[in-house]
Write a protein that binds this ligand. Structure first.
Ligand code: 2P0
Length: 330
């Protein structure tokens, strides 16, 4: 099934004329149980479910307006070259939603996540684009359908439609109509995320290619889906019982299992820098001293810390440069 066929099924049959402009915001998210591997690369359908936490006010704001001639992209106040990967990916996505062949978009995006933080901006970016399209054309789609549409841009974007803890159901249908994200009800006000930026250099391999290479060549990939199944149950239990130790242990273990699976790919996919390993040792040393802090890592060298408000000053001792996010702050 193609993206266009999915979109045709989801959009209202009667289409209104676009508004003059529409603006939307979506938060960045960090997976506690990772999405790594697809069963369908065209529709970004995952092999396994995943669970994330959204980062509140850190994310992407996108304004869309109709435009003649060609698409134009502005990111953080700078005009972006059409051949840049940002513009090409956004244009490919927007190309799925042109009411007429000569209809183009003026796209103005602002990331409130510091670009150097190495946080995937594609998740919040595609989620905000989807929300802005929904406003621009007054589709009035519910969040579940919007989550499916955002997934067509980037898998993890399906989770950025919601605040707080979010589960993305892998689904089974070849159409992907059962592969969408949903928020969990639990709020956890004293939970904190610490962003530890170690490098803003370009990654050796993007996550899209890295996922495919892992699935195709890693002998450890066979056990990844069952690892996720187990970790998801344990994470949801930890969240509903507000059991921080279980949350941290499972999230850290899941991230390391994902990286172990990548390390066994051929050729190996190695996102760790020496600084990443050093930071992991710092996390473990803090824990040994009684500060309950855990980490997770994505397709890059930076660490994201998980801890509780009461431990903030100990975390800052180990990581003076940490940027702290309170995901449930109102
Ligand atoms: C995640 N990552 O669950 C995992 C963990 C990176 C490591 O989702 O190909 O940019 O656009 O569907 O969503 C990054 O992958 O990949 C990602 P595509 P995406 O957050």
């Amino acid at each position: 099934m193609t993206k266009s066929e999915v979109i045709e099924q989801l959009l209202p049959k009667r289409r209104s004329a676009p508004r003059a402009a529409a603006t939307a915001f979506a938060p960045a998210n960090i997976a506690l149980c990772k999405y790594w591997g697809k069963r369908d690369a065209e529709l970004n359908l995952p092999t396994a479910s995943s669970l994330s936490i959204s980062l509140g006010k850190l994310g992407s704001e996108v304004t869309l307006a109709p435009r003649a001639g060609h698409d134009r992209f502005t990111l953080n106040g700078q005009l972006i070259a059409p051949e840049s990967s940002f513009a090409r990916r956004a244009a490919a996505f927007l190309g799925l939603f042109r009411p007429a062949p000569d209809f183009y978009y003026d796209v103005t995006a602002t990331n409130t996540v510091p670009t150097a933080a190495g946080l995937a901006s594609s998740a919040s970016g595609f989620a905000a684009l989807t929300l802005a399209l929904n406003e621009l054309f007054a589709w009035k789609l519910d969040r579940r359908k919007l989550s499916i549409l955002a997934r067509l841009g980037s898998g993890s974007a399906s989770r950025s439609l919601f605040e707080g803890f979010v589960e993305w159901h892998a689904g089974r249908a070849p159409t992907g109509m059962d592969s969408f994200a949903e928020p969990l009800a639990t709020k956890w006000p004293d939970l904190r995320i610490g962003l530890v930026v170690l490098s803003d250099k370009e990654k050796p391999i993007g996550s899209r290619d890295a996922m495919a290479q892992t699935r195709d060549t890693s002998p450890l990939y066979a056990v990844w889906p069952e690892t996720v199944a187990r970790d998801l149950v344990a994470l949801k239990e930890a969240i509903s019982q507000r059991d921080f130790t279980q949350l941290g242990e499972v999230a850290e273990g899941n991230a390391l299992a994902m990286h172990a699976t990548m390390l066994a790919a051929r050729p190996a996919i190695l996102y760790f820098l020496p600084e990443s390993i050093e930071a992991i040792h710092t996390v473990h040393a803090l824990r040994a001293e009684g500060c309950e802090v855990y980490f997770t890592m994505d397709a890059g060298p930076n660490l994201k810390l998980l801890f509780r408000k009461a431990d903030l000053r100990y975390v800052i001792k180990g990581f003076p440069e940490v940027q702290v996010v309170a995901p449930f702050a109102t």
